[in-house]
Design a protein around this ligand. Structure first.
Ligand code: HEC
Ligand code: HEC
Length: 172
């Protein structure tokens, strides 16, 4: 009985230690483990056409520009009412990556940041155009828990239809 209890205590301790680690990981600059709890309004409004991208993956000024141009959002109209724009802009300004100067990624895309290039450099370029992937913006094609803001190696999956060559590059 007492050993049972103490193992439960150990489990609780481990859970607390892991939670502390994940808070620590929020400071990471490179979008790794960028585990900010996602605001429900954000998931609802910014997670319907694509995954709700983790706020730490872009600098705050990129988020601000995106939020000002929602009526011309990558060829679509993603307009919201002013109260929602205000609430999400405030949240993104707090949770986005803070930068000291530096050039924002082209088109304010996560998929065109320098770190994204480094993390995905080994992928055969043609892999991005497979019907099962279509675009680098489609994180979910390869990161099965991208919708929950998790991009760790354990949730990686090979998209369907990889050629032998694409598969070899993937495994590198
Ligand atoms: C009506 C559909 C729609 C909604 C709603 C929408 N988006 Fe998008 N978003 C798109 C499309 C389409 C793209 C371009 C995808 C591509 O290039 O394949 C995109 C791309 C993006 C990208 C760049 C992805 C990359 O390549 O790194 C970001 C960041 C983004 N959206 C943020 C948002 C935010 C923030 C909201 C909520 C305020 C939002 N989106 C709501 C359709 C939408
Ligand atoms: C075609 C498949 C594919 C797509 C689409 C894709 N990724 Fe990845 N991603 C990978 C692979 C493969 C790795 C490398 C894992 C490794 O070797 O460590 C990776 C690594 C990462 C990592 C580093 C993970 C870690 O813990 O080291 C992050 C963060 C990441 N991707 C984010 C994204 C985001 C955000 C998107 C969408 C905007 C995206 N990825 C789209 C395949 C993909």
């Amino acid at each position: 009985m007492s050993t049972h209890l103490s193992s439960r205590r150990t489990a609780t301790f481990v859970a607390i230690a892991l939670a502390a680690l994940s808070i620590h990981a929020r400071a990471d600059e490179h979008g790794h483990a960028a585990r900010v709890p996602l605001k429900p309004l954000y998931v609802q409004e910014c997670g319907s056409c694509h995954v709700p991208y983790p706020p730490r993956m872009l600098p705050t000024d990129s988020w601000a520009r995106l939020m000002k141009g929602l009526d011309r959002h990558f060829g679509t109209d993603a307009s919201l009412d002013p109260a929602d724009v205000q609430a999400l802009s405030t949240w993104l300004a707090n949770e986005g990556r803070r930068t000291t100067g530096g050039v924002p990624p082209p088109e304010d895309r996560i998929s065109r940041t320098t770190w994204f290039g480094h993390e995905h450099g080994h992928i055969e370029p043609s892999t991005w155009r497979l019907p099962s992937v279509r675009t680098p913006s489609n994180c979910q094609a390869c990161h099965s828990t991208a919708d929950q803001g998790q991009f760790g190696e354990r949730s990686l999956r090979m998209p369907a239809g990889l050629s032998i060559r694409q598969r070899a590059a993937w495994d590198d």
